[in-house]
Design a protein around this ligand. Structure first.
Ligand code: AMP
Ligand code: MG
Length: 509
């Protein structure tokens, strides 16, 4: 648009005297890119360039993740990064690729999938940097290779929020948006989320080569993962020295820990297909996820999940099922069904053990106290479910109650107050038995005040769709300090509004 149209007077005098000094954009440093996954060979991927995202703008940026990558403030503020992560400017040293994987979706073998809209740029500081929504790849199938603003903001915020809650997860560096229209259930606009993890290898990568009988490739992949991420598996003390059984067990342990965290914090993933399961036990591929509002163990957060396969309380069993699929894929390397089953059998006890440890911490009880708190925990969850008490608000108010030794405000959260009183007496008995060994303030560092509820995401998304990105950045700031009081953000710690229960999020993103 010519400046005159904006009503601005244009000074045509170009003499040096009147000219402002040019703004100096400091040049970002050269980045030491590496890509060890790429060195595995083209069996595992297809080199693919991102498609340009027209006229991109910043939607959100995470300084913490930038620091992990060694990107300073100059980089994070640079037009170079904006253009690079939007697919408009190749960064020297990167050789983007789309990896191939397969997987089981909703319990059925889905065959080849692959990075249909993601590209691995390379590694910085030992961390892989991936673009999601960067256009068509050889694995796009019927998709358009794009991600929409809505889902990109959700993934960006939740990755960072989960990390701040102490839950293993992939991270997110930034989201860039564009006015490029993208068709989903309605017309939306395109965005790219740049995400970061030590590796984006999934169970589905192993399933892919195993299903095709490509055993040398399967072995190359397993050896790479062991060498880089599970070196202790090279000389395992258990499993008769079987390296691949040890790998299966190590992945089982990491997965059990991750799911125990989900159950303790009230996180529902929504699409636990084997292609969304990280070989490092990281929460991966944020889609229709939800943090529970009212405690409802059977909560189904994915609107497309009609049978409730991925309901909240089904998550541990589904993780175990997925590990079976991984075990099946690794069997040609393990060469012993007995050892594979032995590794898989560690899932349930490990998951229970981690869950119990986390729940004890939430209750402010020592993990190995004189009495077993299992029944107390189960009875509490039954009470919360019966009265549909808000899960996060309950734990935070219990923490304050414990610190002040005053539980009236907690009592008010229940309908059946007599049942609560009875439970509280048992809880107090246990505290007395355990000699109050724990610092009570610890509960406030264990039970978050803030979780990324769906309605909070929705509000930030709606503002972003009107080109106001301040709510995204503000939500990021609040959610990256979930245990702090942050009085200015009090409204984000309250009950969700009525309309929150009508939010429907499906796989389509
Ligand atoms: P997801 O449900 O996001 O985990 O994706 C499952 C599979 O579909 C993966 O192979 C994705 O790369 C692919 N996919 C999802 N959305 C798209 C899209 N818009 N374009 C191309 N591939 C996609
Ligand atoms: Mg996926």
């Amino acid at each position: 648009m010519p400046l005159q149209t904006l009503g601005l007077k244009v000074n045509r005098d170009n003499s040096a005297m009147h000219r402002l000094p040019p703004t100096v954009q400091p040049e970002p440093s050269v980045l030491p890119w590496d890509n060890r996954f790429q060195q595995l060979g083209t069996h595992f991927y297809t080199p693919t360039l991102p498609q340009p995202l027209p006229a991109p703008y910043w939607v959100g940026r995470s300084p913490q993740t930038a620091a992990l990558l060694g990107l300073d403030a100059i980089w994070l503020g640079s037009d170079k990064l904006l253009q690079a992560v939007s697919g408009n400017l190749p960064l020297h040293g990167t050789e983007p690729l789309a990896s191939v994987y397969s997987g089981h979706q909703f319990g059925q073998w889905a065959g080849q999938l692959g990075d249909g809209r993601a590209l691995l740029l390379g590694e910085l500081n030992g961390l892989e940097v991936q673009l999601k929504g960067s256009g068509l790849t050889p694995y796009s199938r019927r998709g358009d290779g794009r991600a929409v603003l809505r889902s990109s903001i959700r993934e960006f915020l939740c990755s960072e929020a989960m990390h701040a809650l102490g839950i293993p997860t992939t991270r997110a560096l930034c989201v860039t948006g564009s006015d490029l229209p993208v068709r989903r259930e309605s017309m939306e606009t395109a965005a790219v989320v740049t995400r970061v993890a030590p590796s984006f290898i999934r169970f589905g990568h192993f399933e892919h080569f195993s299903a095709r009988g490509q055993i040398p490739a399967l072995r190359t992949l397993a050896d790479y993962v062991i060498d880089r991420y599970y070196p202790a598996c090279k000389t395992p003390a258990q499993f008769n020295g079987n390296t691949y059984a040890a790998l299966l067990q190590a992945v089982t342990e990491r997965t059990a820990q991750m799911v125990a965290h989900w159950q303790a914090v009230g996180f529902c993933h929504g699409v636990m297909n084997t292609d969304n399961m990280s070989i490092l036990g990281l929460t991966l591929d944020y889609g229709p996820f939800a943090f529970l509002d009212a405690y409802h163990p059977g909560h189904i957060c994915n609107h497309s999940d009609h049978a409730g396969r991925y309901a909240f309380d089904a998550q541990p069993d589904i993780a175990h099922w997925n590990l079976y699929a991984l075990a099946q894929a690794l069997l040609p390397l393990i060469e012993s069904q007995h050892l594979a089953v032995q590794a898989l059998d560690t899932f349930k006890p490990l998951c229970d053990q981690h869950y119990q440890r986390l729940m004890c911490a939430k209750l402010g009880l020592p993990a190995k106290g004189p009495t077993d708190p299992t029944v107390l925990i189960d009875d509490l969850l039954a009470l919360l479910a019966r009265d549909r008490v808000d899960y996060t608000i309950f734990w935070r108010s219990l923490s304050h109650g414990r610190v002040q030794n005053q539980y009236e405000a907690v009592r008010d959260r229940f309908i059946d107050r007599l049942a609560w009183d009875t439970w509280l007496l048992r809880y107090q008995e246990l505290i007395a038995l355990d000699g109050q060994a724990l610092e009570t303030n610890l509960m406030l560092k264990t039970n978050p005040k803030f979780v990324l509820r769906n309605y909070l995401c929705e509000e930030a998304i709606e503002a972003a769709q009107q080109q106001d990105f301040s709510a995204v950045q503000r939500l990021l700031n609040v959610m990256t300090h979930p245990f702090d009081e942050q009085p200015d953000a009090q409204a984000m710690a309250g009950y969700p509004p009525d309309w929150a229960s009508r939010i429907e999020i499906s796989c389509s993103s």
